[in-house]
Write a protein that binds this ligand. Structure first.
Ligand code: SF4
Ligand code: SF4
Length: 297
């Protein structure tokens, strides 16, 4: 066995509840076992809803004693959510580590501290480009978007497994075999496609950043009325599609789109009453009413 193989490999997988952190961790642990490694896996589950952090340490090698990875010792950090990745980035080995993150941002509702127009959420301000400059190797990909285009959002974690596979020394077929045991039988094809897409994306170049990794997606609709100009802003990542605004808008001008995100379908009917803004539990809608004279200045 080579000198390099004597030292255990350390992979830290992080995200929020419901994203599949534990599935990613189990696939890697099983794959390592299949290859005859000693494996230690530990995990901490947060709340199984958005905002609850989940992380899992996987260590494998000829002999592994501690189940947890020390700060600065992770060979790979895999983040299923952007800010969670940044929270754990100090665990990455600064000389040799690889940072792999979905650019998906799940902004917890309590991150919305100011509601004025153009205000920032209290969310990690670092850009993927800034982070790529700090790490030895890394990939920030739109795993969720890639999985969505394949037909199943939940395959985002196998897209990330595909990217992870490029940083570890296991054959592609062995990854796919193990993944097949951990995903529902009717989703195997989509998950295989997701794995291959993530793998090919990462193989195309180191320190890659997805084009759409920049920030939150907001729709802006400006409505000109006699006395006021109303701006309706909907932050897609904050909308959980609960339908409250759609049901309670007095003018019935909102709807959920095919991604179950609220959108202003009939802007001409919107009176700027702000009912949707007040009722949205996730602060996803901001209404700004500007008197016409002020808007003209
Ligand atoms: S501001 Fe009032 S009318 Fe306009 S979308 Fe919201 S609830 Fe409906
Ligand atoms: S109330 Fe908020 S979270 Fe619910 S559908 Fe409307 S915008 Fe989305």
């Amino acid at each position: 066995m080579s000198e390099a193989m004597e030292r255990p490999k350390n992979v830290l997988i992080v995200g929020v509840g419901g994203q599949g952190v534990i599935m990613v961790s189990k696939v890697l642990a099983q794959l390592s076992l299949n290859h005859g490694h000693d494996v230690k896996q530990s995990e901490v589950h947060g709340m199984a809803k958005r905002g609850g952090g989940v992380f899992s340490h996987v260590r494998f090698g000829p002999e592994v004693w501690s189940p947890t990875i020390a700060e600065g010792e992770a060979d790979v950090v895999v983040a299923l959510e952007w800010a969670e990745g940044l929270r754990w980035i100090n665990y990455l080995n600064p000389e040799t580590g690889t940072f792999i993150a979905d650019c998906q941002r799940i902004v917890p509702p309590f991150a919305c501290r100011n509601r004025f127009r153009g205000g920032e959420a209290a969310y990690a301000p670092e850009t993927p480009e800034e982070i790529m400059e700090q790490v030895h190797a890394g990939y920030v990909l739109d795993a969720t978007g890639m999985a969505e285009r394949l037909g199943n959002l939940r395959a985002a974690n196998t897209v990330l497994l595909g990217a992870l596979s490029t940083a570890l020394d296991f054959p592609e077929d062995d990854w796919l075999e193990v993944i097949g045991h951990f995903v529902p039988p009717n989703t195997i094809d989509i998950n295989i496609a997701g794995f291959r897409e993530g793998r090919e994306w990462a193989l195309a170049g180191n320190k890659r950043v997805a084009e759409n990794a920049a920030g939150l997606h907001q729709s802006h609709v400006v409505i000109h009325q006699d006395r006021v100009t109303t701006t309706v802003e909907i932050t897609e990542e904050w909308c959980k599609g609960c339908d409250i605004c759609v049901k309670l808008c007095p003018e019935r001008c909102l709807r959920l789109n095919d991604r179950l995100v609220a959108e202003l379908a009939l802007p001409d009917l919107c009176t700027g009453c702000r009912m949707c803004e007040w009722l949205c539990p996730d602060f996803a809608i901001a209404i700004t009413n500007t008197p016409v004279r002020e808007a003209a200045e």
